[in-house]
Structure formats: C-alpha cells, structure tokens
Design a protein around this ligand. Sequence first.
Ligand code: GLV
Ligand code: MG
Length: 346
Amino acid sequence: MKLPRNFFKPLAIGAPAPLRELPVRLERMIHFVPPHVEKMRAKTPELIAQVDVVLGNLEDAVPADAKLAARAGFIEMARGSDFGPTGLWTRINALNSPWGLDDMVEIVAAVGNKLDVVMLPKVEGSWDIHYLDQLLAQLEAKHAVRKPILIHAILETAEGVDNVASIASASPRMHGISLGPADLAASRAMKTTRVGGGHPDYKILADAQDRAPRPAFQQDLWHYTLAKMVDACAAAGIKPFYGPFGDFSDPAACEAQFRNAFLMGCAGAWSLHPSQIAIAKRVFAPEPAEVAFAKKILDAMPDGTGAVMIDGKMQDDATWKQAKVVVDLARLVAAKDPELASQYGL
Ligand code: GLV
Ligand code: MG
C-alpha cells in the first residue's frame, strides 16, 4: 500500500506538487475537435467562447494515417489561442497503441503549460493510471511545467468497470471518469450498434393479466454502469461524466440521456457535434424553479440543521445538503451565463 504521506509527493524531482483539491470549474460539455482537419482547427477561437472544454481528439475517429497530423494539429491549436477559463484537454491514443507514448512526450514538451487534462482511453485498472501518472511527472519535470496536468479516464471496458473504484482513487492527478458506451458495448458483447442512448428492445413488459396489448417500458441500458461510476467518482472526490451520444439526428434522445446522467450526479457530457453544445448547456444546469426552491431551504435553515416544512415538504439536514448542491452549481453556472444568473436571481 502506498503510504498516505507519499500520495501527495511529486513523482519526479522538479515536477509540480499534486493538487489536494480539484480546481472548481464548470465543465458541462467536453467538446471534441478532430485536430488533423484544418477547417475544424480554424474554428478553435470561436469554440473557446462557446464551450467549457475544448478537447483535441487523437484516438478513435482519427484514421491511422492521420495520427501524426492530429498530434501536430493539436499542438498548433493549443499554441494558437488563449483559452482563458475554457479548459484545454486532449484524448491521447491508448497505452497499448503505437502512438500513446509519443502523444504525451511531444505534447507535454510543446504545450505542457497550457494543457489542463489528458483523457486516457481504454483504462483497465489502476496500473494504467500509475503509468501515466509517473510519465507525466517525468515530463513535467523535464519541461518545467508549473501545474500538474490532470488525468481523465474513459470507462469503456468490462475490466475497467470491474475496477472502477480503484481507477478513481489511483492518483491525486485523477480529474474524473467518462462513460464510453461504444467501446464498452463491444467489450461486453452487448448486442447494440448504437453509440450511447437506449435500445427499443431493452424493456420490461407489463404483467399479462387481461390486458391486451400489454404495455412495455423501455429501460436505460446504461443505468447500472453509470450509477457504479458515479459512486466511485463521488467517493474519490472526482467528477463523473456521460460520454458520447452518436445519433446527431435524434436531439431529444441525446437530451434524455444527458438528463439522466445529470440527475444521477454527472457534471457534464461530451459534445461531438455543435448541436450538442446547446443541449449540454440546457441539461447540465439546474432548472430556475429548482434553484428557487433550494434557496428557500437554505434560507429557512441558516445553520443547516433541524427540520422545517416548506410548501408541504419536510426539510432537514439532508435536504439542506441536497439544496446546497443545487445552489452551488447554480452559482457556478451564473458566473458564466448572465441570462441564467438573472433567472436564478443570483
Ligand atoms: C467512447 O470512446 C466510446 O467508446 O464510447
Ligand atoms: Mg471509445
């Protein structure tokens, strides 16, 4: 077992000290950009103003013969813009691919002081995080990186799901975890070709009794995994995210999947298409009516203890904490969105 005192020591001489608390940042959407496509790279300044996180994707969806162009394109994107409060992330290639190592070596050397988070795909267990943790520390020391680059894991293999709690707590460098439903479906031999979302055949049929036709109710294929991931992240003090929703022609289904994730505890989701940015903004912010009610609870119980009735509903220390989650998020959103700030009365 690693000793608690050593957990927060830099893993290389000269690397910055690991963070004890995650930076407080609004991350409603992680917007994916294919950096090998010049036309998409050119949109970076526009995107910075619209999204919470810009991610240069080097892994799946980038053809094998464009991997080096994507890496170079990401470095160019990172150098060419001031990201301000918008996060700059990259999704590197998997650790067992021919590109993962050089992705890290070249990117940290070139833009290590601008990079906030590395998204690591196909994480199977804590050993993957330990490897990247050590490598990042060596590279940070070598290139005089001033603040630690964080790691975000994708949960997209059956083995990873089995080990999710130890992945979440593997290092103080852990930022969060995203559900990757496409790779996970393949890894588990699930019989779906969709990228996220429900499936019409995954349902519960009402009891036969004397009803015809018998109503059927579609269930959420991802409920178990998402819940397991949210618990692992919350317990480790890191952030859970829903990943990709691949059917751009069905914004209602995307919104429903994102909303389930939001209600379950997720901080955000990926946007793979510009139309999903607005969906994520709508979903990953509390409803003004919910915020107003939560504020009433906080106001009625200034020290967070006791029991009161509001609008016929019982409130106590636990609902005070629920209300605080809602109001804290509303404040974070309000700081970035003047329209919602006025709707929230904050
Ligand atoms: C994302 O990478 C996924 O596989 O769903
Ligand atoms: Mg994947």
